[in-house]
Design a protein around this ligand. Structure first.
Ligand SMILES: [Fe+2]
Length: 148
């Protein structure tokens, strides 16, 4: 296999840290929401966690396949993730539906920006990004549709 293009590895690395941050924040919200529709959001957030975890593993392993070293260390995630943190303590359910829908959509939209530049060098990685964005669009829609 020829050496991976930095346009591909940089994009996949950024997507990796943002997916890890999204997974961690979704779990944080899963534990700390309180309010109306608690149960629905509690379960929906765990679906986001599960899907995001599958996607981030695929992205990390694609990086490894093309000769890069995926960096999912906590310090790297904290320093380079682009989605901002989530508040500690109690999270109000309806606000958290909106917040998490926005975060999931933000990661999906970021991934979409990378599809063309990545696909130019590596169709397999491009295809991975397309399916990741599709899955996140679905999850964002689920969350968004539960808000008033
Ligand atoms: Fe749980």
């Amino acid at each position: 296999m020829k050496e991976a293009n930095p346009a591909v590895t940089d994009a996949l690395q950024q997507v990796l840290v943002d997916l890890i941050a999204l997974e961690l924040q979704s779990k944080q919200a899963h534990w700390n929401i309180q309010g109306t529709s608690f149960r629905s959001l509690h379960l929906a957030l765990d679906e986001v966690v599960d899907k995001t975890r599958e996607l981030l593993d695929e992205v990390a392993e694609r990086l490894a396949q093309i000769g890069a070293f995926p960096d999912g260390r906590p310090e790297t995630v904290a320093r380079t993730a682009s989605i901002g943190d989530i508040d500690g303590g109690k999270l109000e359910t309806q606000k958290t539906y909106v917040l998490m829908a926005e975060k999931v959509q933000a990661v999906s939209d970021e991934i979409k920006e990378y599809i063309d530049p990545v696909d130019e060098h590596d169709h397999i990685s491009g295809d991975l990004l397309i399916s990741a964005a599709g899955e996140l669009d679905l999850q964002a829609w689920f969350l968004r549709s539960a808000t008033d």
